[in-house]
Design a protein around this ligand. Structure first.
Ligand SMILES: Nc1nc2c(ncn2[C@@H]2O[C@H](COP(=O)(O)OP(=O)(O)OP(=O)(O)O)[C@@H](O)[C@H]2O)c(=O)[nH]1
Ligand SMILES: [Mg+2]
Length: 263
């Protein structure tokens, strides 16, 4: 792997000056994604305590939990996304998670992985990194992994993936301080990631090269044009009509019944 291309471009600016350059923004939206049963809700509950409320995602019977957490003068509004094995839009849960990450653009996304079966979990992590570079990988259940004789080299994983990787044992509250610190870096922009990019076979990459510039012309830097190009190539109707509506009316997109719709 060409590590140089993926090393973090860490800016020297400290958190305070980064916040200033971010127009003093102190409130950030943080999404929690991950496979089922990896400890997302455990982390969510540990960070938000009683400051949380639940409901359904609009038009879906999928549970939506949101809560807030104060950290170093900032407010993190956490959104606990449904547990999914992929973001291929095969189920309501996958569609909710995927559309939220692409169109609602959280300030940072934490991908919670199970340290005892990292390989399977990394599939989702790579899919998230295709949508957003503003990600933090949380390798949870390290206590359970240790019991099974598994040790994860998080520094090396971080170099490979090009995003911060934090080990946690959330049930015991271990590592959550470091997780908040990593979230702060990515959300405020004081850490700029250079995530690993999944490359597809030549004929797909050739098609992306043709389609992506047209999409970029439509959406500019608003949404991830490479990811949208891949969805257009597979004729994903939900995404196509969402982009169509956005370009016609230039209003923010929100998740609604049947996928993405206008606010
Ligand atoms: N040993 C250990 N158990 C954990 C840890 N984190 C969570 N758990 C346990 O793992 C189980 C699943 O945790 P949840 O937080 O419900 O997982 P989730 O990712 O929200 O699951 P879904 O919402 O179903 O996707 C619970 O029994 C937790 O107590 C950890 O770090 N170590
Ligand atoms: Mg949960």
């Amino acid at each position: 792997m060409d590590l140089i291309n993926r090393l973090f471009r860490r800016m020297d600016a400290n958190e305070e000056s980064a916040r200033k350059s971010n127009n003093q923004k102190t409130s950030y939206i943080i999404a929690l994604a991950g496979n089922p049963n990896t400890g997302k809700s455990t982390i969510f509950n540990a960070l938000t305590g009683l400051r949380q409320h639940t409901g359904n995602w609009p038009g879906k019977t999928v549970l939506r939990a949101e809560g807030s957490c104060s950290y170093r003068g900032m407010t993190f509004n956490l959104v606990d996304l449904p547990g999914t094995y992929s973001l291929l839009s095969n189920s309501a849960e996958e569609q909710v998670a995927r559309d939220y990450l692409c169109f609602s653009k959280p300030d940072a996304t934490v991908v919670v992985l199970d340290a005892t079966c990292l390989e399977r979990n990394l599939n989702l992590a790579l899919q998230v990194l295709e949508i957003t570079s503003k990600a933090v990988i949380c390798v949870n259940l390290v206590d359970e992994a240790k019991r099974k004789g598994i040790e994860i080299n998080t520094a090396s994983l971080s170099e490979e993936l090009g995003v911060p990787v934090v080990p946690t044992a959330a049930r015991e509250g271990h590592g959550l301080g470091k997780l908040l610190s990593a979230i702060t870096g990515v959300a405020t922009g004081s850490v700029v990631n250079a995530p690993y990019t999944v490359k597809y076979e030549k004929k797909i990459e050739d098609a992306v090269v043709k389609v992506e510039p047209h999409i970029r012309k439509l959406v500019g830097e608003e949404f991830n044009s490479r990811w949208l190009a891949l969805r257009f190539l597979e004729h994903d109707q939900t995404v196509i009509s969402a982009v169509q509506k956005w370009t016609e009316e230039r209003v923010p997109l929100k998740i609604k019944a049947g996928g993405v719709a206008l606010a």
